[in-house]
Design a protein. Structure first.
Length: 186
């Protein structure tokens, strides 16, 4: 069985005008994706932001649930937060994962609400996870998604999550839960 990691990318991403920006770290994204990550056996969940003020905010949130009153009040949340890591860049994440998995190949799978020429099905990535010892990092973009140059660096791009109708703009935490279930759910 392959190893699975998740990274939530806050920069560089697009805003609704397709301009390159950095989004803010949100408390709900940290909490909800951490809980989904532990539920689906993710080795580590990286929150990626280049800004020190945003990283400091994330550290305060994480500290409350790891060391503060929150750790005592809600041990389940403490357990989920044990897998959360901070990084400044996607490259920093990949380096850390390679260091944790010496000798293994690390593949990245980007997510987006748009289709790309090298889009693959969830069943294909799930099969790779189940039938190899490789390491896979699922990259989630905030805002209106990772910029095209970052998408093109990915080894794979997962197909968009489609619902019932035409609307296709899920919160990243909802998309993460759906995608993790498709990759590791029973």
């Amino acid at each position: 069985m392959g190893e699975l990691y998740v990274a939530l990318i806050h920069a560089p991403v697009y805003n609704k005008n397709m301009e390159q920006i950095a989004t803010s770290i949100t408390n709900l994204d940290i909490h909800d994706i951490a809980r989904a990550a532990i539920t689906y056996g993710v080795n580590a969940y990286y929150v990626v932001h280049p800004g020190q003020a945003q990283q400091d905010l994330a550290k305060r949130i994480m500290g409350f649930w790891r060391e503060g009153y929150g750790a005592e009040y809600n041990p389940n949340r403490y357990e989920a937060f044990e897998r959360v890591r901070l990084a400044s860049t996607r490259e920093e994440v990949i380096t850390a994962i390679k260091n944790d998995n010496p000798g293994k190949r690390v593949f990245t799978a980007a997510t987006d609400a748009r289709l790309y020429p090298n889009t693959i099905a969830y069943t294909d990535l799930r099969s790779r996870l189940e039938n190899t010892d490789d390491v896979f990092v699922v990259l989630f973009g905030t805002g209106w998604g990772m910029i095209q140059e970052e998408m093109e660096k990915a080894d794979f791009i997962l197909q968009p999550v489609y619902g019932y109708g035409e609307y296709n703009h899920l919160s990243v935490r909802s998309a993460a839960a759906i995608i993790l279930d498709r990759l590791r759910g029973h």
